[in-house]
Structure formats: structure tokens, C-alpha cells
Design a protein around this ligand. Structure first.
Ligand code: FES
Length: 191
């Protein structure tokens, strides 16, 4: 049979060790937040530059290819003159020229200004001419120049429907067509 004395001594020794280590602690302490320290060290290791923060592309970040905001008159900047957007309808009134255009089906010849669409001028003459979009995006207003390729006699401003062969055949979209010569026009003629 075991003697109770060694067991008691072992138990006391164990409790003493536990008690001492509890009182002393393990010596471990939680690590502090070192993120700031790491960021500072990284910042110190980077060379100094004048570039804006790379993430801020809106103010030209990202390196030498950036275009300075608010710079004066860089390449591609719009100029005050309206050259880039000038269309056939932008001819100033004091430079307008007139051409005699015969409206074959109406049996009349009228003078058309070169800065206003043929459709508009035909309507101003009192004719009920066909149209829908008035933007060169359908063929409702189509007509045909009887004298040859339509663009020999007029200029289209952004017509998107007629193909080259149809223009060669004399077809035109009168809502976006501006006269550049005298000719005979058959209204209501689509390819
Ligand atoms: S009205 Fe549509 S293209 Fe002229």
C-alpha cells in the first residue's frame, strides 16, 4: 500500500510551482501595434519624389506621362475658334451664297442658301416634304439629284444612311444636305 506522505509532498510541490509561476507571470507581453513603425520604415526607404500620390490619377498622379491639370493650351486643347466643329450650316450670314435649285415635282425653281438644309428651305417655300428624324438617320427625307452624284452638288452634314453607290446615283438626305451648286432635285425619291 502506498504511503500518503510522498503523494502529499508531490501535490504540495506541484501546487507551489503553479502558484509561483502564476504570481511571476510568463514574461510574455502582447506585441504592440507595429504597423506605424513598418510604414515609417518603408517610407524612409523610398526615394523622395515630387510626384503626387500614385492613387490620385485625377490630379495627374502616375508618373511623368501625366498631363498637368489646368495647363494652358496643351496639344489637343479646344481652341476658342469653332473650326473643329464647323459644319455646312455654320457659314456666317455675310458669307452665304445662293444656288438655283429646281424642285422637279413641284415644278418650281427657287434660290437656296448654302447654310441651311434643303428640306428646311423647301418647307419654307410652302411644300409639304417628307421627313422623320431630321438628323440624317433614316431615309424619310430622301431625294435624288437628277444631274449626277449628289455630293457634286451638295454637302451632307453627318448623313449616316446612304452608301457611296447611292450617293453616286444622286441620292441625298435633304434634311442634312446643303446646296453647293445649282441642280434639279426630285423629292420623295429613296434608293
Ligand atoms: S428625315 Fe431622317 S434622314 Fe432626313
Amino acid at each position: 500500500m502506498l504511503s500518503p506522505l510522498p503523494i502529499a509532498l508531490a501535490a504540495i510541490a506541484t501546487l507551489t510551482v503553479v502558484l509561483v509561476s502564476t504570481l511571476k507571470g510568463t514574461g510574455w507581453e502582447p506585441t504592440g501595434d507595429i504597423s506605424d513603425e513598418i510604414l515609417e520604415r518603408r517610407a524612409e526607404s523610398l526615394p523622395e519624389t515630387d510626384f503626387p500620390e500614385p492613387g490620385n490619377r485625377a490630379i495627374g498622379g502616375g508618373g511623368g506621362g501625366a498631363i498637368p491639370a489646368g495647363g494652358e493650351g496643351g496639344e489637343g486643347a479646344l481652341e476658342d475658334g469653332s473650326e473643329a466643329s464647323a459644319g455646312p450650316g455654320d457659314i456666317p450670314d455675310d458669307e452665304v451664297e445662293y444656288y438655283e435649285v429646281e424642285f422637279a415635282k413641284q415644278g418650281e425653281t427657287i434660290e437656296l442658301a448654302n447654310n441651311e438644309p434643303i428640306l428646311d428651305q423647301g418647307e419654307e417655300a410652302g411644300w409639304d416634304l417628307p421627313y422623320a428624324c431630321r438628323q440624317g438617320q433614316c431615309v424619310s427625307c430622301a431625294g435624288r439629284v437628277a444631274d449626277g452624284p449628289s455630293e457634286d452638288y451638295l454637302e451632307h452634314d453627318n448623313q449616316q444612311m446612304l452608301e457611296d453607290a447611292e450617293l453616286e446615283d444622286g441620292y441625298t438626305l435633304t434634311c442634312v444636305a446643303y446646296p453647293r451648286d445649282s441642280f434639279t432635285l426630285e423629292t420623295g425619291e429613296a434608293p
